[in-house]
Design a protein around this ligand. Structure first.
Ligand code: 3PG
Length: 411
């Protein structure tokens, strides 16, 4: 387990505010949901990023901001980050945000040279640069690639404030630490502190419910590792929940869902989860299909339609598990909440009221609250929300995180 305080605290920018001044390459993660080409502006990642940028800008730092938005080829990929720049300007007080639709040295240098105190500059999606996802064999090659060589010339130092991407080794996340004075940002520090707090609770054996869903098998693997803490209960919808249910009940599934789950890539994780932690899985027993009907396992085979959400009986079992928990980690919606399948919202309103330590992970979980105004109630009830989703689970699963590693290895 990485001991963040001993090894990393010397890099926290909070200790140097007012001392370190000038242009900073600031890597953030403001990857948010996108609908019809429009970003979701009312999102925790944007709000938190705006807070930090305001502090930097008022302390003599001029941020030149790098982020990704989606993955190339996916529906939420946007090459330009102008909408994000506008959203951040609207969320900050006294910070003027400029935008340059480029990542080239010339254009960035020109735009950066015009920047004044109290201003920030956003650049194009870093994933549009060929070097961002290229694997470089060594640190020397990484430090010598085009992106690092050119962008390191436009700023005096680098701040990594992207905790939600600390599990990736992309160039903009780990390349600059080798060639520039580098710091861990305010959001990074805040989230590492919260993650350390959660880790301590897991180690103490607090009765914990992890709620998650979604489509990425990677998160499911992390939850598997976290489930080695023996007081963790697994409450899942989405592909993980369906896969867990499928392992024991494959013959109950209709053709469409059988095909979907078989091709999801989640079954290996689901099988080992069932083999090792069966007594702590709250298995889905009922689902909501795309016609919005609740269907029990005994009716699923004869029904038409895809599973979109957990069903009412599953929800009731989840409620029981939540009520007995001392810590609740909400790490992702259990159904397709963005299309109005609303069991996730019912679940949130229930766990918010439980006397337990409440934590929410990631952009989509935050989105499912922000959209309907539940974020304020959650904050008032002392819930803690972090922008990290998959990366937070990776941290708790004790995985090596490349961004933290790049700092640890820095002389
Ligand atoms: C996330 O939303 O989990 C982060 O922005 C990381 O995105 P990625 O999984 O595409 O690297």
């Amino acid at each position: 387990m990485i001991n963040t305080h001993d090894k990393l605290s010397r890099f926290f920018i909070s200790k140097k505010l007012g001392e370190v001044k000038g242009r900073a390459l600031l890597r953030v993660d403001i990857n948010v949901p996108v609908k019809d080409g429009k970003i979701s502006r009312n999102n925790l990642r944007l709000k938190e990023c705006a807070k930090s940028i305001e502090v930097y800008a008022h302390n003599g730092i001029i941020p030149i901001v790098l982020s990704h938005q989606g993955r190339i080829g996916d529906g939420d990929y946007l090459e330009g980050m102008e909408q994000h720049a506008q959203a951040i300007e609207a969320l900050t007080k006294g910070v003027s945000v400029k935008y340059a639709d480029s990542l080239t040295e010339d254009a960035t240098r020109k735009a950066a040279s015009r920047l004044k105190q109290g201003e920030a500059l956003f650049l194009k999606n870093v994933r549009s640069h060929k070097d961002e996802k290229t694997e470089f064999g060594s640190i020397a090659q990484m430090a010598n690639n085009g992106m690092v060589k050119s962008l390191s010339k436009v700023a005096e130092f680098y701040i990594n404030d992207a905790p939600a991407t600390m599990h990736r080794s992309d160039t903009s996340l780990v390349g600059f630490t080798h060639v520039m004075p580098s710091y861990l940002g305010l959001q990074m520090e805040k989230e590492l502190n919260i993650l350390n707090e959660i880790m301590a609770h897991l180690k103490e054996g607090k009765r914990t419910a992890i709620i998650f869903g979604g489509r990425k098998w990677e998160k499911f693997e992390y939850v598997y590792e976290i489930s080695r803490h023996k007081n963790v209960k697994i409450l899942s919808g989405g592909i993980p929940g369906e896969s867990l249910c499928y392992v024991n009940n494959s013959s109950s599934f209709n053709k469409q869902n059988k095909k979907f789950i078989s091709e999801s890539g989640s079954l290996d994780t689901a099988r080992k989860m069932v083999k090792n932690f069966s007594d702590r899985i709250i298995f889905p027993v009922e689902f909501v299909l795309d016609d919005r009907m609740n269907v029990g396992l005994d009716e699923l085979k004869e029904s038409n339609g895809m599973i979109m959400d957990i069903g009412d009986s599953t929800l009731n079992h989840f409620y029981d598990a939540i009520t007995e928990s001392e810590m609740i980690i909400y790490a992702g919606p259990v159904g397709v909440y963005e299309k109005g399948y609303n069991q996730t919202v019912r679940l949130i309103t229930r766990f918010m009221g439980v006397k337990a330590m409440n934590y929410t992970f990631g952009g989509n979980s935050a989105d499912s609250m922000d959209d309907i105004g539940l974020d304020r109630a959650y904050d008032l009830l002392s819930g803690k929300r972090i922008t990290s989703g998959g990366s937070a689970l990776a941290y708790l699963a004790d995985k090596q995180l490349p961004v933290l590693g790049a700092f640890e290895n820095k002389r």
